[in-house]
Write a protein that binds this ligand. Structure first.
Ligand code: AMP
Length: 247
C-alpha cells in the first residue's frame, strides 16, 4: 500500500477505481467499506482527511481520534492500495470559496442540529471525487443521511461516480461502531446501548432520561428510523432501515 499526501502523486488509474472517504480511526465499519471496494474494483483508494468544514465551532474537531500508523496498517490488511492523506491546503487552497449545498435532504435531522455539517461533507466529497476520479465511492448506512446527501449531489450535478452504500457494522452488544465510541466510559457505553435498542424496538421511551436530538423516520432511500442522542460529552447517531435494502 502506498501513502500519498498530494493528489499529484496519485497513481494513474489502472482499471476501475473504488474510493472510501474517511476521517480515520478505523474500525470494522471502515474496513467493511474497504473490503467491498476491494471486491468490486481494480484499485482501492481510502482517503483519510479530518474535514474541519463539517465540524461546527464547539464540536469535537480537536479531540477527534488520530492514529495514522495504526490506520495505515489496518487499511493495508483490508486490501487498500492507496491511502490518500491530503494536506488541508490541498482540499481548501487559499481563497477557497465554493461550497455544495444539498438543500432539502441536508437541512433536516443532522442538518438541523449541525448547521453547515452537510455543506462541509458534500463539498469535501465532491473535491475528493474530482481528485481521485473513482468509478465507485463507498459509504456506510450508519450515516444514512450522509449517504442520501451524497447520492442527491451526484444525481443533481451529474457527478460521474457510482455510490455504493454498505450495511451498518455493529458490536456484539448492538452498538453501531463509531470512532467516537472509544471515548465512552464503561458506564456511558451501557447507557448508549439504549440507542440501538430503541431504534430496533421503534420505541422512543427507551431513550427516556437521555438527551435526544431527534428520533424520527425519514426517507433517505431507503426509509429509516434515525436518532441522535448525547451521552456525556459524546453525540451518537444510529438508524435502522425500515424497508428495502440500502441502495
Ligand atoms: P467516518 O470516518 O466516521 O467519516 O466514516 C467514514 C465512512 O465509514 C462513512 O461512509 C461512514 O458511514 C462509514 N462508517 C462509519 N461507521 C460505520 C459502521 N459502523 N458501519 C458501516 N459503515 C460505517
Amino acid at each position: 500500500m502506498r501513502i500519498v499526501r498530494s493528489a499529484a502523486d496519485l497513481p494513474p488509474a489502472e482499471g476501475s477505481v473504488g474510493l472510501a472517504p474517511t476521517m480515520g480511526a478505523f474500525h470494522e465499519g471502515h474496513l467493511s467499506l474497504f473490503r467491498a471496494a476491494r471486491a468490486e474494483n481494480d484499485t482501492v483508494v481510502a482517503s483519510l482527511f479530518i474535514n474541519p468544514a463539517q465540524f461546527a465551532a464547539g464540536e469535537d474537531l480537536e479531540r477527534y481520534p488520530r492514529d495514522e500508523d495504526r490506520d495505515a496498517q489496518l487499511a493495508e490488511e483490508a486490501g487498500v492500495d492507496v491511502l490518500f492523506v491530503p494536506a488541508l491546503e490541498e482540499i481548501y487552497p487559499p481563497g477557497f470559496q465554493t461550497w455544495v449545498e444539498v438543500e432539502k435532504v441536508g437541512s433536516v435531522l443532522e442538518g438541523e442540529h449541525r448547521p453547515g455539517h452537510f455543506r462541509g461533507v458534500a463539498t469535501v466529497c465532491l473535491k475528493l471525487f474530482n481528485l481521485v476520479r473513482p468509478d465507485r465511492a463507498y459509504f456506510g448506512q450508519k450515516d444514512a443521511q450522509q449517504a442520501a446527501v451524497i447520492k442527491t449531489m451526484v444525481r443533481d450535478l451529474a457527478v460521474p461516480v457510482e455510490i455504493r452504500v454498505c450495511p451498518t457494522v455493529r458490536d456484539d452488544d448492538g452498538l453501531a461502531l463509531s470512532s467516537r465510541n472509544a471515548s465512552l466510559s464503561p458506564e456511558e457505553r451501557e447507557i448508549a446501548l439504549a440507542l440501538p435498542r430503541a431504534l430496533h424496538a421503534h420505541d422512543r421511551s427507551l431513550l427516556n432520561g437521555l438527551e435526544v436530538d431527534y428520533f424520527e423516520e425519514a426517507d433517505f432511500g431507503p426509509r429509516v428510523l434515525a436518532a441522535a442522542v448525547r451521552v456525556g460529552k459524546n453525540r451518537l447517531i444510529d438508524n435502522v432501515v425500515l424497508e428495502g435494502e440500502p441502495r
